[in-house]
Design a protein around this ligand. Structure first.
Ligand code: NAD
Ligand code: SAH
Length: 425
């Protein structure tokens, strides 16, 4: 194990990459008008003056724009990666070199380093945690109860993180407020659906350069992410099959025009498989056994557990890298299965994650959620809080304006009508 001297202010691949990172962060910023407006206000109002923030997010050009906004608001912020394979090393370098934000993240770091960085985020003694998947909060609660008095609250980015916070609440161990960023409409409607839809296929295509038209693509899970992946894959000409465990979602998929069947059957038909369930071992040994030779498997859901890679490894006589982030498992049966991005989020491992235009709204929710916690310090009981409706609407209004789209507004007469029960039909 490599000891990290506590005085070391960052752990990144190469500080020399900063100029490339700067250019790319600024490019992303062009598509982030909501966050830009928030940053401008923060630089005047300084809502985070004296506040220590530990952020655990994918270290991308979009996260960089969030970190810069928090710093403009006076935060003493550190950033760690929320996935061992998602870091953009040039972005990490720029944040350290040009903005003085300590970053602990290297693309391809091993699991031990990833968890050591979680500890470093906690060494920062955060008042606010910005989490993506709940790893920092879970470690705080499991291992560092003595730091709870420093905590004002946490904000959580993703579906699986919310599922974990709900489990903590049920077990009575969530002793501070948590802002549910994922469930804001301006987050999951766009990020989970259109973001995952586009960036997942971007990852598959960059990794394999495969033609999707005419291929059979199996999407496991028809939640917000699954809907996006299925919709965009169809747009590229793939025949899409959906697998589900939830009856309502399965009807939705069927009525959206997709074939729905259990993975045991879909496994025989698919050329490409994408898991987006947040669940464990959705593709496992029995499925690999019946897949076609050359089937491509990847995950865009949670961490690296949706595909049972251990089972696949046990069947393989050889594993070889065939392209960047792409490994071919040659099975003893003579068949090959291709895995992208080690079963980790394909959109962030093999591509750049969601485009900035959707992350603009997700991270506006993060920034405003964190600000809400600070403003209401000491007044919120432990629990999971929605982003206030007015905040969600305001983010949508700014975004719409930046997109050059105008809304209708209610007439006095309409307002009276929709608020009345006496006017009849
Ligand atoms: P969701 O809850 O809306 O959808 C998940 C769906 O998977 C549900 O419909 C559920 O019934 C289904 N499911 C669960 N177990 C299954 C199984 N064994 N087989 C088939 N279906 C199963 O969640 P979501 O918002 O779509 O998020 C899905 C996952 O993606 C989460 O882990 C989330 O954190 C992650 N996520 C990833 C990205 C990304 O950038 N790649 C973006 C947003 C969310
Ligand atoms: N840390 C876990 C949790 C899932 S990450 C893991 O790595 O498996 C899923 C989250 O990544 C989404 O909620 C989305 O908001 C975020 N994300 C997607 N593209 C991103 C980008 N370009 N920059 C930062 N975060 C991004």
């Amino acid at each position: 194990m490599v000891a990290t001297p506590i005085q070391q202010k960052y752990e990144i691949k190469d500080i020399g990459l900063a100029p490339i990172g700067k250019q790319r962060i600024e490019w992303a910023g062009r598509e982030m008008p909501v966050l830009r407006q928030i940053k401008e206000r923060y630089s005047i109002e300084k809502p985070f003056a004296g506040i220590r923030i530990s952020a655990c997010c994918h270290v991308t050009t979009e996260t960089a724009n969030l970190a810069i906004a928090l710093k403009a608001g006076g935060a003493d912020a550190v950033l760690i990666a929320s996935n061992p394979l998602s870091t953009q090393d040039d972005v990490a370098a720029c944040l350290v070199a040009d903005y003085g934000i300590p970053v602990y993240a290297i693309k391809g770091e091993d699991n031990e380093t990833y968890h050591r960085h979680v500890q470093i985020a906690l060494d920062h003694k955060p008042n606010i945690i910005i989490d993506d998947g709940c790893d920092v909060v879970a470690t705080l609660v499991k291992e560092r109860q003595y730091q709870l008095s420093d905590i004002i609250g946490t904000t959580e980015e993703t579906t699986t993180g919310i599922v974990r916070l709900q489990a903590m609440l049920r077990d009575g161990v969530l002793t501070f407020p948590a802002m549910n960023v994922n469930d804001a409409e301006t987050k999951h409607f766009f990020d989970n659906r259109y973001g995952t839809g586009q960036s997942t296929l971007d990852g598959v295509i960059r990794a394999t350069n495969i033609l999707l038209a005419g291929k059979t693509l199996v999407v496991a899970g028809y939640g917000w992410c699954g809907k996006g992946v299925a919709m965009r894959a169809r747009g590229l000409g793939a025949n899409v099959i959906v697998t589900e465990i939830n009856a309502v979602r399965a009807i939705e998929a069927a009525m959206d025009g997709f074939r729905v069947m259990p993975m045991g059957e879909a496994a025989k038909e698919g050329d490409i498989f994408v898991t987006v369930t947040g669940n464990k071992h959705v593709i496992r040994g029995e499925h690999f056994d019946v897949m076609k030779d050359g089937a491509i498997v990847c995950n865009s859901g949670h961490f690296d557990i949706e595909i049972d890679l251990e089972a696949l490894r046990a069947k393989a006589s050889e594993v070889k890298t065939v392209r960047n982030f792409t490994e071919q498992y040659n099975l003893s049966t003579g068949k090959a299965i291709v895995v992208i991005g080690e079963g980790r989020l394909v959109n962030l491992a093999a591509a750049e994650g969601h485009p900035s235009a959707v992350m603009d709204m997700s991270f506006a929710n993060q920034a405003l959620g964190a600000e809400y916690l600070v403003k209401n310090k000491g007044q919120l009981a432990p629990g999971i809080y929605s982003i206030p409706y007015e905040v969600d609407q305001e983010i949508a209004r700014i975004k719409l304006k930046a997109m050059g789209i105008s809304l209708d507004s209610l007439t006095e007469d309409q307002l009276t009508y929709i608020n009345s029960w006496t006017s009849g039909t």
